[in-house]
Structure formats: C-alpha cells, structure tokens
Design a protein around this ligand. Structure first.
Ligand code: RB5
Length: 158
C-alpha cells in the first residue's frame, strides 16, 4: 500500500509520528509536508495529498491539522476523494468498511499520538465491505458527478 501524508503546522508533530509508524511497518509513504512547525495554510497540503490520491499515485492518504476538520473539508472538494475525520477506532473501521474512505484525517490538537496510531492502524487494516455499502458510495459519486465542474470539461468524462 502506498500512502500520501500531509499536515499543516497544527498537525505537524502528529504527522511525524504517523510517518515513523508507517516506516516501522514498511508501508511506502510520501510526505507532502509541511516540514516544520511554522504556520502554513492547511488547504495547500490537503489539496496536494487529495490530488495525488485522486490521480491514483497513492492508494490512500492521511492528513493532519489542528482539529482534522479543515483538511477534511478541503480534501473532500477533490473529485474522487472520500475523506473521513476519525478520532476513535470504531469510526476509523466504519470509514473503511462502510464509506470506502480513501483519506483519513486527524487533529493533532485533539488526540495524542497513542490513540492516533491505533486509529491509523485500524483504518489501514480495514477493507471496504462492498455490497449495500457499494450502492451508497456510488450514490455519493453520483452527487459529485452532478456538481463537479470537471464533468464534460476534460475531466472524468473528457
Ligand atoms: C490552524 O491554526 C488551524 O486552524 C488548523 O490546523 C485546523 O485546525 C483547521 O481546521
């Protein structure tokens, strides 16, 4: 599995801990930044990671900011992305099994590294259940198709 990683300054330390964890498991990952704790704008990093996942260059992405909310909102603007903010393992598993979430977001100011790494492990190891959930995820994609300005402009259908 190939993972795209990114954060703003609020999620920087958590992103570093997640990178160490991925490395320890031998999971291929690329860090799209930020690379220090200086203040930056979270949409820039969310966009880079989300676009890389949407292009298929990475299987999934993990994004951190202070709350996990900003990067989640921004990533979900990219067609094909289903980003889920999870601060518990039940949600992390369901995000994969029910929602086929291809990006996990976390708040570095909300959860400590111990819980965060359990959430990451749960999300990494869970798979999409398909079946009735596939029908529902397809309906999410249908909404995206209606509102995506890329449709018919060299994007998905181009
Ligand atoms: C940055 O201060 C903070 O707003 C950001 O990390 C994130 O929490 C936004 O949703």
């Amino acid at each position: 599995m190939r993972i795209a990683l990114g954060s703003d300054h609020g999620g920087f330390h958590l992103k570093q801990a997640i990178k160490e964890y991925l490395d320890s498991r031998g999971i291929i990952n690329h860090d799209f930044g930020t690379y220090d704790a200086g203040a930056v704008d979270y949409p820039d990093y969310a966009r880079a990671v989300a676009e890389a996942v949407a292009r298929g260059e990475y299987d999934r992405g993990i994004l951190c900011c202070g709350t996990g909310i900003g990067v989640c909102i921004a990533a979900n603007k990219v067609p094909g992305i289903r980003a889920a903010l999870c601060h518990d393992t039940f949600s992390a598993r369901a995000a994969r099994e029910h929602n086929d979430a291809n990006i996990l977001t976390l708040g570095g100011r909300v959860v400590g590294p111990g819980l965060a790494l359990e959430i990451v492990a749960t999300w990494l190891d869970a798979e999409f259940s398909g079946g009735r959930h596939a029908r529902r995820v397809a309906k999410i994609s249908a909404i995206e198709d209606v509102y995506s300005c890329r449709k018919g402009q060299g994007g998905k259908e181009g």
